[in-house]
Ligand binder design. Structure first.
Ligand SMILES: Cc1ncc(COP(=O)(O)O)c(C=O)c1O
Length: 477
Protein backbone atom coordinates (compact mmCIF):
# COMPACT_ATOMS: atom_id res chain seq x y z
CA UNK A 1 0.00 0.00 0.00
CA UNK A 2 1.31 3.49 -0.84
CA UNK A 3 1.68 5.82 2.17
CA UNK A 4 -1.54 7.54 3.23
CA UNK A 5 -2.25 10.83 1.56
CA UNK A 6 -5.12 13.20 2.34
CA UNK A 7 -6.99 15.94 0.59
CA UNK A 8 -9.09 16.66 3.68
CA UNK A 9 -8.96 19.84 5.72
CA UNK A 10 -7.17 19.20 8.99
CA UNK A 11 -8.66 20.42 12.28
CA UNK A 12 -5.86 23.00 12.44
CA UNK A 13 -6.70 24.31 8.97
CA UNK A 14 -10.36 24.28 9.86
CA UNK A 15 -9.66 26.40 12.93
CA UNK A 16 -7.76 28.88 10.77
CA UNK A 17 -10.24 29.11 7.90
CA UNK A 18 -13.22 28.89 10.24
CA UNK A 19 -12.03 32.08 11.91
CA UNK A 20 -11.62 33.71 8.51
CA UNK A 21 -15.17 32.77 7.52
CA UNK A 22 -16.63 33.98 10.83
CA UNK A 23 -14.73 37.24 10.38
CA UNK A 24 -16.08 37.53 6.85
CA UNK A 25 -19.62 37.06 8.18
CA UNK A 26 -19.19 39.66 10.94
CA UNK A 27 -17.74 42.13 8.40
CA UNK A 28 -20.64 41.43 6.05
CA UNK A 29 -23.17 42.28 8.73
CA UNK A 30 -21.26 45.45 9.55
CA UNK A 31 -21.38 46.70 5.96
CA UNK A 32 -24.64 45.15 4.80
CA UNK A 33 -26.45 48.51 4.83
CA UNK A 34 -24.05 49.90 2.24
CA UNK A 35 -24.96 47.20 -0.29
CA UNK A 36 -27.90 47.61 -2.71
CA UNK A 37 -30.65 45.48 -1.18
CA UNK A 38 -31.92 44.02 -4.46
CA UNK A 39 -29.27 42.39 -6.63
CA UNK A 40 -28.70 44.25 -9.89
CA UNK A 41 -27.18 41.45 -11.95
CA UNK A 42 -28.59 40.54 -15.33
CA UNK A 43 -29.62 36.91 -15.94
CA UNK A 44 -26.63 34.68 -16.72
CA UNK A 45 -23.98 37.10 -15.37
CA UNK A 46 -23.03 34.99 -12.37
CA UNK A 47 -22.51 31.90 -14.48
CA UNK A 48 -20.44 33.88 -16.99
CA UNK A 49 -18.01 34.69 -14.18
CA UNK A 50 -17.58 31.03 -13.22
CA UNK A 51 -15.19 28.58 -14.91
CA UNK A 52 -16.93 26.21 -17.29
CA UNK A 53 -15.40 23.16 -15.70
CA UNK A 54 -14.84 22.08 -12.12
CA UNK A 55 -11.23 22.49 -10.91
CA UNK A 56 -9.04 19.44 -11.35
CA UNK A 57 -6.83 20.42 -8.45
CA UNK A 58 -8.06 21.75 -5.13
CA UNK A 59 -7.92 25.51 -4.55
CA UNK A 60 -7.00 27.66 -1.58
CA UNK A 61 -9.80 28.75 0.67
CA UNK A 62 -8.51 32.33 0.45
CA UNK A 63 -9.29 32.25 -3.29
CA UNK A 64 -12.75 30.95 -2.68
CA UNK A 65 -13.48 33.67 -0.13
CA UNK A 66 -12.29 36.29 -2.59
CA UNK A 67 -14.78 34.89 -5.12
CA UNK A 68 -17.57 35.24 -2.60
CA UNK A 69 -16.94 38.99 -2.70
CA UNK A 70 -16.20 39.23 -6.39
CA UNK A 71 -18.59 36.77 -8.02
CA UNK A 72 -21.31 35.85 -5.56
CA UNK A 73 -22.15 39.00 -3.60
CA UNK A 74 -23.19 41.03 -6.67
CA UNK A 75 -25.79 38.33 -7.30
CA UNK A 76 -27.11 38.31 -3.75
CA UNK A 77 -30.29 40.06 -2.73
CA UNK A 78 -29.60 40.97 0.86
CA UNK A 79 -32.43 39.39 2.77
CA UNK A 80 -30.54 40.21 5.97
CA UNK A 81 -30.32 43.92 5.17
CA UNK A 82 -32.27 46.06 7.64
CA UNK A 83 -33.67 47.78 4.54
CA UNK A 84 -35.36 44.59 3.36
CA UNK A 85 -39.14 45.08 3.53
CA UNK A 86 -40.14 42.71 0.72
CA UNK A 87 -42.28 39.53 0.76
CA UNK A 88 -42.22 38.15 4.28
CA UNK A 89 -38.81 38.17 5.97
CA UNK A 90 -36.53 35.13 6.08
CA UNK A 91 -34.44 36.44 8.88
CA UNK A 92 -31.26 35.11 10.44
CA UNK A 93 -29.45 35.94 13.67
CA UNK A 94 -26.09 35.28 15.29
CA UNK A 95 -27.28 32.46 17.57
CA UNK A 96 -29.15 30.79 14.70
CA UNK A 97 -26.13 30.89 12.40
CA UNK A 98 -23.92 29.42 15.13
CA UNK A 99 -26.46 26.73 15.99
CA UNK A 100 -26.66 25.82 12.32
CA UNK A 101 -22.87 25.66 12.11
CA UNK A 102 -22.81 23.21 15.00
CA UNK A 103 -25.51 21.17 13.30
CA UNK A 104 -23.35 21.01 10.17
CA UNK A 105 -20.35 20.06 12.26
CA UNK A 106 -22.12 17.22 14.03
CA UNK A 107 -23.45 16.14 10.64
CA UNK A 108 -26.11 14.03 12.26
CA UNK A 109 -28.76 12.34 10.17
CA UNK A 110 -31.65 12.08 12.60
CA UNK A 111 -34.13 9.94 10.70
CA UNK A 112 -34.66 7.66 13.72
CA UNK A 113 -34.33 8.24 17.45
CA UNK A 114 -31.66 5.53 17.34
CA UNK A 115 -29.55 7.37 14.75
CA UNK A 116 -28.91 10.19 17.27
CA UNK A 117 -31.18 10.38 20.29
CA UNK A 118 -30.29 14.03 21.01
CA UNK A 119 -31.52 15.11 17.58
CA UNK A 120 -34.99 13.72 18.27
CA UNK A 121 -35.25 14.58 21.94
CA UNK A 122 -34.06 18.18 21.63
CA UNK A 123 -36.53 18.71 18.80
CA UNK A 124 -39.44 17.30 20.81
CA UNK A 125 -38.41 19.37 23.79
CA UNK A 126 -38.02 22.69 21.96
CA UNK A 127 -41.33 22.16 20.17
CA UNK A 128 -42.95 21.53 23.55
CA UNK A 129 -41.41 24.77 24.85
CA UNK A 130 -43.03 26.65 21.99
CA UNK A 131 -46.55 25.48 22.84
CA UNK A 132 -46.93 27.72 25.93
CA UNK A 133 -44.60 30.33 24.41
CA UNK A 134 -47.12 30.83 21.58
CA UNK A 135 -50.24 30.15 23.63
CA UNK A 136 -51.03 27.05 21.58
CA UNK A 137 -53.38 24.36 22.93
CA UNK A 138 -52.02 21.63 25.20
CA UNK A 139 -53.10 18.96 22.73
CA UNK A 140 -50.07 19.89 20.59
CA UNK A 141 -47.69 18.82 23.37
CA UNK A 142 -45.77 15.58 22.95
CA UNK A 143 -47.07 14.51 26.36
CA UNK A 144 -50.60 14.49 24.94
CA UNK A 145 -51.84 12.54 21.91
CA UNK A 146 -50.28 15.12 19.62
CA UNK A 147 -46.88 16.69 19.15
CA UNK A 148 -44.65 18.83 17.00
CA UNK A 149 -41.95 18.25 14.43
CA UNK A 150 -39.54 20.50 12.54
CA UNK A 151 -39.94 20.40 8.77
CA UNK A 152 -38.21 22.30 6.01
CA UNK A 153 -41.09 24.58 5.05
CA UNK A 154 -44.73 25.40 5.67
CA UNK A 155 -45.42 24.03 2.19
CA UNK A 156 -44.22 20.59 3.26
CA UNK A 157 -46.11 20.59 6.52
CA UNK A 158 -49.37 21.73 4.94
CA UNK A 159 -48.93 18.87 2.47
CA UNK A 160 -48.44 16.45 5.39
CA UNK A 161 -51.59 17.82 7.04
CA UNK A 162 -53.51 17.24 3.83
CA UNK A 163 -52.15 13.71 3.49
CA UNK A 164 -53.08 12.79 7.07
CA UNK A 165 -56.53 14.30 6.53
CA UNK A 166 -56.90 12.28 3.32
CA UNK A 167 -56.03 9.06 5.09
CA UNK A 168 -58.26 9.77 8.08
CA UNK A 169 -61.17 10.53 5.74
CA UNK A 170 -60.71 7.34 3.70
CA UNK A 171 -59.78 5.07 6.60
CA UNK A 172 -56.26 4.70 5.16
CA UNK A 173 -57.56 3.27 1.90
CA UNK A 174 -56.24 6.03 -0.40
CA UNK A 175 -52.67 5.22 0.68
CA UNK A 176 -53.19 1.79 -0.84
CA UNK A 177 -55.43 2.46 -3.81
CA UNK A 178 -55.00 6.16 -4.55
CA UNK A 179 -57.71 8.81 -4.61
CA UNK A 180 -60.94 8.48 -6.50
CA UNK A 181 -61.65 12.18 -7.09
CA UNK A 182 -64.33 12.52 -4.41
CA UNK A 183 -62.30 14.27 -1.73
CA UNK A 184 -62.73 18.04 -1.52
CA UNK A 185 -60.42 20.51 0.27
CA UNK A 186 -61.13 24.16 1.12
CA UNK A 187 -59.12 27.28 1.72
CA UNK A 188 -59.68 30.95 0.98
CA UNK A 189 -58.89 32.61 -2.34
CA UNK A 190 -56.19 34.54 -0.41
CA UNK A 191 -54.45 31.41 0.91
CA UNK A 192 -50.85 30.67 0.04
CA UNK A 193 -50.18 28.82 -3.21
CA UNK A 194 -48.65 25.96 -1.21
CA UNK A 195 -52.18 24.70 -0.54
CA UNK A 196 -52.82 24.38 -4.27
CA UNK A 197 -49.50 22.60 -4.65
CA UNK A 198 -50.41 20.26 -1.78
CA UNK A 199 -53.70 19.40 -3.51
CA UNK A 200 -51.74 18.59 -6.67
CA UNK A 201 -49.15 16.43 -4.94
CA UNK A 202 -51.58 14.68 -2.58
CA UNK A 203 -53.59 13.46 -5.57
CA UNK A 204 -56.62 15.51 -4.55
CA UNK A 205 -56.45 17.60 -7.71
CA UNK A 206 -56.47 21.37 -8.06
CA UNK A 207 -60.10 21.34 -9.20
CA UNK A 208 -61.03 19.71 -5.91
CA UNK A 209 -59.55 22.54 -3.86
CA UNK A 210 -62.29 25.12 -3.36
CA UNK A 211 -61.07 28.69 -3.03
CA UNK A 212 -63.65 30.21 -0.71
CA UNK A 213 -64.60 33.90 -1.05
CA UNK A 214 -63.29 36.48 1.37
CA UNK A 215 -64.85 39.51 3.04
CA UNK A 216 -63.77 43.15 2.76
CA UNK A 217 -60.88 42.43 5.15
CA UNK A 218 -59.64 39.60 2.87
CA UNK A 219 -60.60 37.00 5.50
CA UNK A 220 -62.38 33.77 4.59
CA UNK A 221 -66.17 34.03 4.76
CA UNK A 222 -67.27 31.21 7.00
CA UNK A 223 -70.85 31.37 5.65
CA UNK A 224 -69.51 30.85 2.12
CA UNK A 225 -67.41 27.93 3.38
CA UNK A 226 -70.45 26.32 4.99
CA UNK A 227 -72.57 26.74 1.84
CA UNK A 228 -69.86 25.25 -0.34
CA UNK A 229 -69.40 22.25 1.96
CA UNK A 230 -73.15 21.59 1.93
CA UNK A 231 -73.32 21.91 -1.83
CA UNK A 232 -70.44 19.47 -2.26
CA UNK A 233 -72.01 16.99 0.14
CA UNK A 234 -75.27 17.11 -1.76
CA UNK A 235 -73.33 16.30 -4.94
CA UNK A 236 -71.98 13.13 -3.34
CA UNK A 237 -68.50 14.56 -2.71
CA UNK A 238 -66.51 14.21 0.53
CA UNK A 239 -65.30 17.44 2.20
CA UNK A 240 -62.22 16.35 4.16
CA UNK A 241 -59.84 19.29 4.76
CA UNK A 242 -60.04 23.00 5.49
CA UNK A 243 -56.99 25.25 5.77
CA UNK A 244 -57.42 28.64 7.42
CA UNK A 245 -54.72 31.28 7.38
CA UNK A 246 -53.54 33.47 10.23
CA UNK A 247 -51.80 36.24 8.30
CA UNK A 248 -52.24 35.73 4.56
CA UNK A 249 -49.26 36.37 2.32
CA UNK A 250 -50.92 39.12 0.30
CA UNK A 251 -52.30 41.25 3.11
CA UNK A 252 -51.84 39.51 6.50
CA UNK A 253 -55.59 38.82 6.68
CA UNK A 254 -56.84 36.77 9.60
CA UNK A 255 -59.36 34.06 8.83
CA UNK A 256 -62.05 33.62 11.53
CA UNK A 257 -60.78 30.42 13.16
CA UNK A 258 -63.62 29.97 15.70
CA UNK A 259 -66.32 29.94 13.00
CA UNK A 260 -64.28 27.83 10.58
CA UNK A 261 -63.21 25.45 13.33
CA UNK A 262 -66.82 25.01 14.49
CA UNK A 263 -67.88 24.05 10.95
CA UNK A 264 -65.04 21.54 10.74
CA UNK A 265 -65.92 19.99 14.12
CA UNK A 266 -69.58 19.71 13.17
CA UNK A 267 -68.82 18.09 9.81
CA UNK A 268 -65.87 15.94 10.93
CA UNK A 269 -63.42 17.75 8.63
CA UNK A 270 -59.66 18.09 9.32
CA UNK A 271 -58.95 21.69 10.34
CA UNK A 272 -55.47 22.98 9.48
CA UNK A 273 -54.14 26.42 10.45
CA UNK A 274 -51.38 28.11 8.45
CA UNK A 275 -49.75 30.86 10.51
CA UNK A 276 -46.50 30.81 8.53
CA UNK A 277 -45.34 34.30 9.37
CA UNK A 278 -47.90 35.77 11.76
CA UNK A 279 -47.60 32.87 14.19
CA UNK A 280 -44.47 34.50 15.61
CA UNK A 281 -46.56 37.48 16.82
CA UNK A 282 -48.25 35.20 19.35
CA UNK A 283 -45.05 35.15 21.36
CA UNK A 284 -46.63 38.32 22.78
CA UNK A 285 -49.84 37.65 24.76
CA UNK A 286 -51.47 40.82 23.41
CA UNK A 287 -51.37 39.41 19.85
CA UNK A 288 -52.70 35.94 20.69
CA UNK A 289 -56.20 37.02 19.73
CA UNK A 290 -55.16 36.43 16.10
CA UNK A 291 -55.27 32.69 16.70
CA UNK A 292 -58.43 32.49 18.83
CA UNK A 293 -60.03 29.22 17.75
CA UNK A 294 -56.74 27.38 17.16
CA UNK A 295 -57.83 25.05 19.97
CA UNK A 296 -60.23 23.56 17.39
CA UNK A 297 -57.41 22.77 14.94
CA UNK A 298 -56.16 19.31 13.99
CA UNK A 299 -52.87 20.77 12.79
CA UNK A 300 -50.95 24.03 12.88
CA UNK A 301 -47.88 25.30 11.05
CA UNK A 302 -45.60 28.32 11.55
CA UNK A 303 -42.15 29.30 10.34
CA UNK A 304 -39.47 30.43 12.80
CA UNK A 305 -37.52 30.90 9.56
CA UNK A 306 -39.65 33.87 8.66
CA UNK A 307 -39.88 36.21 11.61
CA UNK A 308 -38.39 34.35 14.60
CA UNK A 309 -34.71 35.05 13.93
CA UNK A 310 -34.00 31.42 12.97
CA UNK A 311 -32.43 31.12 9.58
CA UNK A 312 -33.98 29.13 6.79
CA UNK A 313 -35.05 26.37 6.93
CA UNK A 314 -37.09 25.84 10.06
CA UNK A 315 -40.81 25.18 10.09
CA UNK A 316 -42.74 23.94 13.13
CA UNK A 317 -45.65 21.64 12.48
CA UNK A 318 -48.04 20.48 15.20
CA UNK A 319 -50.75 17.85 15.14
CA UNK A 320 -53.40 17.03 17.72
CA UNK A 321 -53.38 13.33 16.84
CA UNK A 322 -49.89 12.16 15.97
CA UNK A 323 -51.15 8.65 15.29
CA UNK A 324 -53.07 9.89 12.24
CA UNK A 325 -49.89 11.50 10.86
CA UNK A 326 -47.62 8.57 11.65
CA UNK A 327 -50.06 5.99 10.29
CA UNK A 328 -50.18 8.03 7.09
CA UNK A 329 -46.44 8.32 6.54
CA UNK A 330 -44.88 5.33 8.27
CA UNK A 331 -43.06 2.64 6.36
CA UNK A 332 -40.61 0.38 8.17
CA UNK A 333 -38.24 -1.49 5.88
CA UNK A 334 -36.11 -4.23 7.39
CA UNK A 335 -32.90 -2.21 7.24
CA UNK A 336 -34.32 0.46 9.57
CA UNK A 337 -35.62 -1.94 12.23
CA UNK A 338 -34.15 -1.39 15.69
CA UNK A 339 -35.03 -2.11 19.29
CA UNK A 340 -35.82 1.49 20.25
CA UNK A 341 -38.39 1.77 17.45
CA UNK A 342 -39.81 -1.62 18.29
CA UNK A 343 -40.19 -0.66 21.95
CA UNK A 344 -42.64 2.12 20.98
CA UNK A 345 -41.00 4.37 23.60
CA UNK A 346 -39.43 6.84 21.13
CA UNK A 347 -40.40 9.15 18.30
CA UNK A 348 -38.92 8.38 14.90
CA UNK A 349 -39.38 11.66 13.12
CA UNK A 350 -38.92 10.14 9.65
CA UNK A 351 -42.59 9.10 10.10
CA UNK A 352 -43.70 12.69 10.65
CA UNK A 353 -42.68 14.15 7.30
CA UNK A 354 -41.88 13.24 3.71
CA UNK A 355 -38.11 12.69 3.48
CA UNK A 356 -36.39 9.94 5.37
CA UNK A 357 -33.25 11.87 6.30
CA UNK A 358 -33.28 14.94 8.48
CA UNK A 359 -30.85 17.55 9.78
CA UNK A 360 -30.38 18.59 13.40
CA UNK A 361 -32.45 21.75 12.89
CA UNK A 362 -33.59 22.10 16.47
CA UNK A 363 -30.09 23.23 17.47
CA UNK A 364 -30.49 26.62 15.81
CA UNK A 365 -33.98 27.09 17.21
CA UNK A 366 -32.77 26.10 20.67
CA UNK A 367 -29.91 28.58 20.42
CA UNK A 368 -32.28 31.37 19.36
CA UNK A 369 -34.75 30.74 22.17
CA UNK A 370 -32.00 30.46 24.79
CA UNK A 371 -29.99 33.43 23.56
CA UNK A 372 -32.88 35.89 23.29
CA UNK A 373 -35.08 34.38 26.00
CA UNK A 374 -38.82 34.83 25.65
CA UNK A 375 -38.37 38.44 26.76
CA UNK A 376 -35.89 39.27 23.99
CA UNK A 377 -38.02 37.64 21.30
CA UNK A 378 -41.10 39.50 22.50
CA UNK A 379 -39.20 42.78 22.57
CA UNK A 380 -38.13 42.58 18.93
CA UNK A 381 -41.49 41.34 17.66
CA UNK A 382 -43.23 44.21 19.47
CA UNK A 383 -40.77 46.71 18.03
CA UNK A 384 -41.38 45.44 14.50
CA UNK A 385 -45.12 45.76 14.96
CA UNK A 386 -44.82 49.25 16.46
CA UNK A 387 -42.67 50.37 13.54
CA UNK A 388 -45.15 48.99 10.99
CA UNK A 389 -48.01 50.72 12.81
CA UNK A 390 -46.06 53.98 12.72
CA UNK A 391 -45.45 53.51 9.00
CA UNK A 392 -49.19 52.93 8.46
CA UNK A 393 -49.89 56.23 10.27
CA UNK A 394 -47.49 58.07 7.97
CA UNK A 395 -49.25 56.57 4.94
CA UNK A 396 -52.61 57.75 6.26
CA UNK A 397 -51.30 61.26 6.87
CA UNK A 398 -50.00 61.67 3.31
CA UNK A 399 -53.00 62.26 1.07
CA UNK A 400 -51.16 61.00 -2.03
CA UNK A 401 -51.38 57.49 -0.50
CA UNK A 402 -54.02 55.18 0.95
CA UNK A 403 -53.97 52.00 3.01
CA UNK A 404 -55.20 49.05 0.99
CA UNK A 405 -55.96 46.59 3.82
CA UNK A 406 -56.17 46.47 7.61
CA UNK A 407 -52.76 46.39 9.32
CA UNK A 408 -53.12 44.06 12.30
CA UNK A 409 -49.40 43.34 12.65
CA UNK A 410 -46.19 44.09 10.74
CA UNK A 411 -47.33 44.21 7.11
CA UNK A 412 -48.57 47.47 5.61
CA UNK A 413 -50.43 47.25 2.29
CA UNK A 414 -50.73 50.64 0.67
CA UNK A 415 -50.83 52.37 -2.65
CA UNK A 416 -50.38 55.71 -4.34
CA UNK A 417 -53.77 57.04 -5.34
CA UNK A 418 -52.64 57.64 -8.93
CA UNK A 419 -53.24 54.17 -10.30
CA UNK A 420 -51.43 50.92 -11.03
CA UNK A 421 -48.84 52.27 -13.43
CA UNK A 422 -47.60 54.87 -10.98
CA UNK A 423 -47.41 52.34 -8.19
CA UNK A 424 -45.45 49.95 -10.36
CA UNK A 425 -43.13 52.77 -11.38
CA UNK A 426 -42.67 53.88 -7.76
CA UNK A 427 -41.80 50.36 -6.68
CA UNK A 428 -39.34 49.84 -9.55
CA UNK A 429 -37.55 53.10 -8.87
CA UNK A 430 -37.23 52.41 -5.17
CA UNK A 431 -35.97 48.89 -5.72
CA UNK A 432 -33.54 49.93 -8.43
CA UNK A 433 -32.11 52.58 -6.13
CA UNK A 434 -30.85 49.80 -3.85
CA UNK A 435 -31.88 51.84 -0.80
CA UNK A 436 -34.68 49.50 0.16
CA UNK A 437 -36.60 46.58 -1.20
CA UNK A 438 -40.36 46.17 -1.18
CA UNK A 439 -42.71 43.99 -3.23
CA UNK A 440 -46.31 44.11 -4.38
CA UNK A 441 -49.55 42.20 -4.54
CA UNK A 442 -52.98 42.79 -6.10
CA UNK A 443 -55.86 43.57 -3.77
CA UNK A 444 -59.33 44.18 -5.23
CA UNK A 445 -57.55 43.86 -8.56
CA UNK A 446 -55.39 46.92 -7.90
CA UNK A 447 -51.62 47.04 -7.76
CA UNK A 448 -50.70 47.30 -4.08
CA UNK A 449 -47.36 47.88 -2.39
CA UNK A 450 -46.42 45.65 0.56
CA UNK A 451 -44.08 46.93 3.26
CA UNK A 452 -43.23 44.25 5.82
CA UNK A 453 -41.21 45.14 8.92
CA UNK A 454 -39.64 41.96 10.23
CA UNK A 455 -35.97 41.85 9.34
CA UNK A 456 -33.83 41.08 12.38
CA UNK A 457 -31.82 44.31 12.29
CA UNK A 458 -34.44 46.79 11.12
CA UNK A 459 -34.75 49.76 13.48
CA UNK A 460 -36.80 52.94 13.56
CA UNK A 461 -34.10 54.71 11.56
CA UNK A 462 -34.46 52.28 8.64
CA UNK A 463 -38.23 52.60 8.54
CA UNK A 464 -37.98 56.40 8.66
CA UNK A 465 -35.43 56.41 5.83
CA UNK A 466 -37.60 54.08 3.77
CA UNK A 467 -40.66 56.31 4.16
CA UNK A 468 -38.58 59.35 3.26
CA UNK A 469 -37.37 57.63 0.09
CA UNK A 470 -40.93 56.56 -0.80
CA UNK A 471 -42.12 60.15 -0.39
CA UNK A 472 -39.21 61.50 -2.44
CA UNK A 473 -39.86 59.10 -5.32
CA UNK A 474 -43.61 59.78 -5.12
CA UNK A 475 -42.77 63.47 -5.56
CA UNK A 476 -41.08 62.65 -8.89
CA UNK A 477 -44.00 60.69 -10.40
C1 LIG B 1 -49.22 32.18 4.75
C2 LIG B 1 -48.09 31.41 4.14
N1 LIG B 1 -48.15 30.07 4.09
C3 LIG B 1 -47.17 29.34 3.56
C4 LIG B 1 -46.04 29.92 3.05
C5 LIG B 1 -44.97 29.07 2.45
O1 LIG B 1 -43.86 29.06 3.26
P1 LIG B 1 -42.63 28.07 2.98
O2 LIG B 1 -41.68 28.82 2.12
O3 LIG B 1 -42.09 27.79 4.35
O4 LIG B 1 -43.17 26.87 2.32
C6 LIG B 1 -45.92 31.32 3.07
C7 LIG B 1 -44.72 31.99 2.52
O5 LIG B 1 -44.60 33.17 2.47
C8 LIG B 1 -46.96 32.07 3.64
O6 LIG B 1 -46.90 33.40 3.68
Amino acid sequence: MPPDKTYHMTPEQFRHYGRAVVDWIADYYERIETLPVLSRVKPGKIREALPTEAPGKGEALETMLKDIDKVILPGVTHWQSPNFFAYFPANASGPAILGDLLSSALGVQGMLWATSPACTELETHVLDWLVPMLGLPQKFLSTSAGGGVIQDTASSSSLCAMLAARERATNYVSNRRGCDGHLIAYTSNQAHSSLEKAAMIAGIGKDNLRLVEVDERFAMRSDALKCQIEKDRQSGLIPFFVSATVGTTSSNALDPLPAIGAICREKGIWFHVDAAMAGTATLCPEFRYIQDGVELADSYTFNPHKWMFTNFDCNCFYVADRKALIDTLSILPEYLRNTATESGAVFDYRDWHIPLGRRFRSLKLWFVIRYYGVEGLQYHVRRHIEMAQQFAKWVKQDNRFELAAPTPLNLVCFRHRDGDENNQCLMNRLNQSGDLYLTHTRLNNRFTLRFCVGQTNTTQRHVEQAWKRIQEEAGKL
